[in-house]
Design a protein around this ligand. Sequence first.
Ligand SMILES: C/C(=C\CNc1ncnc2c1ncn2[C@@H]1O[C@H](COP(=O)(O)O)[C@@H](O)[C@H]1O)CO
Length: 174
Amino acid sequence: MNICVFCSAAPLDDRYTAPASEFARLLGEGGHTLVWGGSNAGLMGELADGVKAAGGRLVGISVEFLKHKAYEGADELVTTADLAERKALLLSRADAVVVLVGGLGTLDEVTEVLELKKHALHDKPVVVLDTEGFYAGLRTQMERMDAEGFLPRPLAELIGFADTPAQVFERLKA
Ligand SMILES: C/C(=C\CNc1ncnc2c1ncn2[C@@H]1O[C@H](COP(=O)(O)O)[C@@H](O)[C@H]1O)CO
């Protein structure tokens, strides 16, 4: 499976890096391909290192203004002209999307994927690894959108939440 992962470009502490490394190991050992932003920065770089060490394939989708931070060991590295093209390519190269902890870049990416799914422009599974309850606030906001009629289809059809890396893969199989 080609698994697109959105995650932080910041260096993070062990609370966040340990579950991300475990996720990377399961992805690589499962024979999957990581499709990601193609950077060596922060958690993005640690994720790629972990997948590579576990025997997985790496497909990086970088963007012109960030290509100086590109990951050197990728099996394939594509550079897009801008962020919009990059997001489209990340999604088109993926069979599923997984969201690890991240900031505004991650939020931008997952929001776009969900908006496209809302409009039935794709039907790929989207699973959030909710490490340390990092996404509790976002989940509460989305549940309110769902409960108060802001979403045209049930939230559970758009996105799933997992507490552990193993649960992410269980949700992707379901
Ligand atoms: C220039 C620096 C780091 C390089 N930054 C990035 N490189 C590649 N991809 C990036 C970078 N920043 C954001 N992205 C994309 O957004 C997500 C991470 O953003 P967040 O705000 O950290 O959550 C990630 O999924 C990327 O696709 C500084 O030295």
